[in-house]
Write a protein that binds this ligand. Structure first.
Ligand SMILES: NC(=O)c1ccc[n+]([C@@H]2O[C@H](COP(=O)([O-])OP(=O)(O)OC[C@H]3O[C@@H](n4cnc5c(N)ncnc54)[C@H](O)[C@@H]3O)[C@@H](O)[C@H]2O)c1
Length: 380
């Protein structure tokens, strides 16, 4: 029983005993609600969490895991200067990849009593960690959830692009059963360059080994288990770019990985290379990618992420004009496939994300703060 429930019972008992009149009882109860709200609890004594950018699949997975334990306020809008106010009465907010938790937003949250930012994703490039530390806000994330989800989506993009499945689907439905222009290549025997051999990169490597690919890997931390695979060779980035038929990115977005693939990197790649990014948009200089597509340096590109995706991905903009000229240009290429950051979107990953996020909130509610929290993220 929490404090709120205990006091509610106490008040009820006092009323029974005739120690309180109706008016006094109502006044004390209202005061109790105000105290509970200040402390981040709702009238039923449940810890309140403001959940931004909530989509139906989020609500479904979180509600299944939550089972009424927390009072989760689902807000369909992303976190921004306006919507930050919706966190009033909540000590915890839950955000996703495109909620920009910048300095002034952190301040606004802190002013309302927010003490925990729970990212329901692995990446934390969208959060100003220094500002959080300054304002005493703890930040937690979901460091690992089904890496298979993203790895399988990555390979899905490769196969779709290679075998022109997107074109075949549209063409057949329009009544054209021609094969002209649909020629792909055998994945077997091709060289795949994997940039980043962490959890997701490793899964991609295993799938591609299954296809019979030769793997060139690049990472600042060599994984000995990966290196022991006879099909894998760790190489410098330059060699990976020069020799790979497919280049796929699986590194986080940090200041030192921002535009890790720039104009110079595209220049080093094989002519007609397949390029895949399911990691973070900021890893790639998108204008340089567009130029590389125009010169046919890039033969096929699969993108699940885009530098300026915030405000576009996860939204229905079908009744509006697309004002982002760079994305609009990308979408005109018939050898580019864009998905809207859906690599994580499997039932298994959603369930794991919900479970870890609620465990993170439970740790905070139990009194742990900052580095006492298992999945804490801090400024370096
Ligand atoms: N599309 C999606 O839905 C989706 C979902 C989850 C994760 N992601 C992205 O995938 C990324 C990878 O996820 P993960 O779980 O494999 O992470 P991870 O931490 O397990 O692996 C990242 C790897 O990158 C390496 N690395 C870091 N900085 C590097 C650098 N400068 N140069 C070379 N290698 C470097 C690390 O050593 C590590 O091995 C995440 O950071 C996230 O951006 C995308």
């Amino acid at each position: 029983m929490n404090d709120k429930e205990r006091l509610t019972r106490f008040l009820a008992r006092m009323k029974q005993l005739g120690g309180l009149d109706e008016q006094e009882y109502a006044r004390l109860n209202a005061e109790l609600d105000r105290v509970a709200e200040r402390e981040g609890y709702d009238a039923r004594g449940r810890f309140r969490v403001a959940f931004y950018d909530a989509r139906p699949y989020d609500i479904e997975s979180f509600e299944r895991c939550n089972a009424e334990r927390y009072a989760i306020h689902y807000i369909s809008a992303p976190l921004d200067r306006e919507t930050a106010r919706a966190a009033r009465g909540c000590k915890a907010v839950c955000v996703f990849v495109n909620d920009l938790v910048e300095t002034d937003i952190v301040r606004a949250l802190a002013e309302q009593g927010v003490e925990l930012i729970a990212l329901r994703c692995a990446g934390f490039n969208n959060v100003d960690l220094e500002a959080c530390a300054t304002h005493g806000i703890s930040v937690v994330r979901v460091p690992a959830y089904s890496p298979h989800a993203v790895a399988e989506h990555t390979v899905g993009l490769m196969l779709t692009l290679n075998r022109r499945l997107n074109h075949a689907y549209v063409r057949n439905r329009a009544g054209s059963f021609l094969l002209d222009g649909l020629t792909g290549f055998d994945m077997h025997g091709k060289t795949a360059g994997i940039v980043g051999t962490g959890k997701i990169g490793r899964c991609v490597i295993e799938i591609l080994i299954g296809f019979g690919c030769r793997i060139l890997a690049y990472d600042t931390h060599r994984d000995e288990e990966v290196a022991a695979r006879p099909q894998v060779e760790y190489v410098e980035m330059d060699r990976l770019l020069r020799e790979s038929d497919i280049v796929t990115l699986h590194v986080p977005l940090f200041p030192d990985t921002h535009h890790i693939i720039d104009r110079a990197a595209f220049d080093k790649m094989k002519d007609g290379v397949m390029f895949i990014n399911t990691s973070r948009g900021g890893l790639v200089d998108t204008r340089a990618l567009i130029d590389a597509l125009k010169t046919e340096k890039i033969g096929l590109a699969g993108l699940d992420v885009y530098e300026e995706e915030a405000g576009i991905f996860f939204r229905d903009l079908s009744d509006r004009v697309l004002t982002d000229d760079v994305l609009a240009r990308l979408l005109t290429f018939n050898n580019v496939m864009v998905t809207s950051h859906q690599g994580f979107l499997t039932r298994e990953a959603l369930q794991q994300i919900a479970q870890t996020t609620l465990d993170n909130v439970a740790e905070f509610e139990s009194g742990r703060r900052a580095q006492q929290l298992t999945h804490c993220v801090r400024a370096q």
